[in-house]
Design a protein around this ligand. Structure first.
Ligand code: FMN
Length: 497
């Protein structure tokens, strides 16, 4: 059964030892962000802070999706499932979207504040990092926007900073779905764009909003598919829009159809692990209502060095998008890994290679994927003997099978992600970049007996008789690993573990 709401999921995390309840008072001014950040960096349980300074009755939490254990719990898998199992479960479920259902009442509207009573400072929102421009009400949440002339509702994870009691500042990039809706529809038609910021849902509903599903596709259907149950939606109180009924907070409002109405936003610490986004005049989001549950929980992600929730969302959801593109183009892909440790800038693909230069075809397809293609710097393509989910193997294949000239293709004059630390300020401002493809496959014209060297690994260099014998007596020799079981279940695997 899918989690009904955030609280239901937090109970599950706690049962699996992945949640700490903090009763001591915590300051919203950087201390809360610092606790979440350190928990992520230590790969520790998610902190639920129940006593936030100045905000009695409101709670804050973060880091609930920052590793594969938590990602497994989020879709009801065994927390100890391996990476490939978790990734493939997400990828398979996302192929079968489920439509939402509409309900008349939602816990998210237990408390309703509208009109002049609205004050964004009444919501427990953090000052995430030292040096950030202000208090961010929205860092791990999503903005829902209805399309102007179709029934498509977009969900996107886009940050928002408090400007004053009733205005938020945020980034509306033309190449994001919200940007498409605003710049090509609401703005030319001179109509205000309704929006609702949704904070604190069961995990899938929120993480799916970080996925690049594209124009006309509603993330809510994909959330249903991943949960194996429809999402329940309730009508907003002041805007023509539906939102998840059991969310902790909903902020409703509109964006004026003009480019003159701006709010300053940024800088703030980014997913890459550096503060790269400058202070700039950005879109002003006007607030018409705040609704929330009793004793609400604010979810926060003070982005930074890997691995945190943002890297995991990228690793799982963008991977699915990339895999779909390769599968649609009949690429014989065996594995695809976007290592969260490399913040989404690197993609590792393994293939059963039927022809030469497939690495470049794969890279061209991946560079074209929506949003995510822009962030990719390296595509590493390996033969089937590499377990792409094992970073030790990826490093080894780069060290041994990648030829620095024959194996490299350099792509210049590419569209770049403006938040990328290694780009010059000029490249960041104009969104320019370059990419590399590392073909780590053996050339097809190499003879297996003459040219391709034998790999000297336990699993490759010994006869099956020796492998079986060693595995069977492994524990008797005094080691703890159950290699007999590994041999029985996975002797065809080339895992090095
Ligand atoms: C924690 C987090 C924060 C993000 N913040 C922003 C943001 O402020 N602006 C933005 O355009 N994309 C941001 N993204 C990336 C988008 O969520 C992602 O590109 C997503 O595909 C956008 O949805 P869309 O495809 O419906 O436009 C963020 C992602 C994460 C995981």
């Amino acid at each position: 059964m899918a989690y009904r709401d955030l609280r239901d999921f937090l109970d599950a995390l706690e049962r699996h030892g992945e949640l700490i309840r903090i009763k001591d008072e915590v300051d919203w001014d950087m201390e809360a962000g610092g606790i979440i950040r350190l928990a992520c960096q230590l790969n520790a349980p998610a902190p639920l802070m129940e006593n936030i300074k100045d905000y009695p009755g409101q709670r804050m939490m973060g880091g609930y999706f920052s590793n594969y254990r938590k990602a497994a719990i989020a879709i009801g898998l065994d927390p100890d499932s391996d990476r490939a199992t978790v990734l493939d479960a997400y990828h398979q479920r996302i192929k079968h979207p489920i439509k939402p259902i509409i309900v008349n009442r939602g816990a998210c509207q237990e408390n309703v504040i509208t009109g002049d009573e609205v004050n964004l400072f009444d919501i427990v929102s953090p000052m995430p990092h030292d040096g950030d421009a202000g208090r961010y009400i929205a860092t791990w949440q999503f903005i829902a926007t209805p399309d102007y002339d179709t029934d498509w509702i977009n969900w996107g994870m886009y940050r928002q900073m408090i400007q004053n009691e009733r205005i938020l500042g945020g980034l509306v990039m033309p190449m994001q779905d919200i940007g498409y809706q605003f710049y090509t529809k609401y703005l030319p038609n001179k109509k205000p764009m309704p929006w609702a910021t949704v904070i604190g849902t069961e995990p899938i509903t929120t993480i799916v909003s970080a996925a690049p599903y594209g124009i006309g596709r509603s993330e809510v259907d994909w959330a249903g598919g991943l949960r194996l149950e429809p999402v329940e939606l309730v009508k907003c109180v002041t805007q023509p829009l539906y939102v998840p009924a059991n969310a902790e907070f909903i902020i409703e409002g509109y964006v004026n159809p003009t480019l003159e109405d701006r709010a300053y936003e940024g800088p703030w610490g980014e997913y890459s692990g550096y503060r790269t986004s400058p202070r700039a005049p950005r879109t002003a989001f006007h607030v018409t209502a705040i609704t929330y549950r009793n004793n609400p929980i604010h979810t926060h992600s003070p982005l930074g060095v890997p691995v945190d929730d943002s890297h995991m969302a990228f690793a799982i959801l963008c991977r699915s998008d990339m895999l779909n593109v390769l599968e649609d183009n009949a690429i014989p892909v065996l594995g695809l890994h976007v290592p969260p440790e490399m913040v989404g800038h690197t993609v590792v693909v393994s293939i059963k290679k039927p022809q030469s230069n497939l690495a470049n075809l794969i890279a061209s397809l991946l560079f074209g994927t929506k949003n995510t293609g822009m962030a990719i710097r390296d595509v590493i393509v390996c033969d089937e003997d590499v377990d792409v989910y094992d970073l030790d193997q990826v490093l080894h294949v780069l060290a041994t099978k990648w030829h620095p000239r024959r194996g490299t293709t350099f792509y210049d004059n590419q569209v770049g992600m403006p938040l990328t630390p290694y780009l010059s300020m000029e490249e960041r401002i104009w969104g320019k970049s370059a990419r590399n493809v590392y073909d780590c496959t053996w050339p097809l014209d190499w003879s297996p007996t003459r040219d391709i060297p034998v790999r000297s690994s336990f699993w490759d260099i010994y006869s099956e008789r020796v492998i079986e014998g060693v595995c069977h007596q492994w524990q008797r020799l005094g080691y703890k690993e159950d290699m007999k079981k590994v041999w029985e279940t996975g002797k065809k695997l080339v895992s090095w573990e």
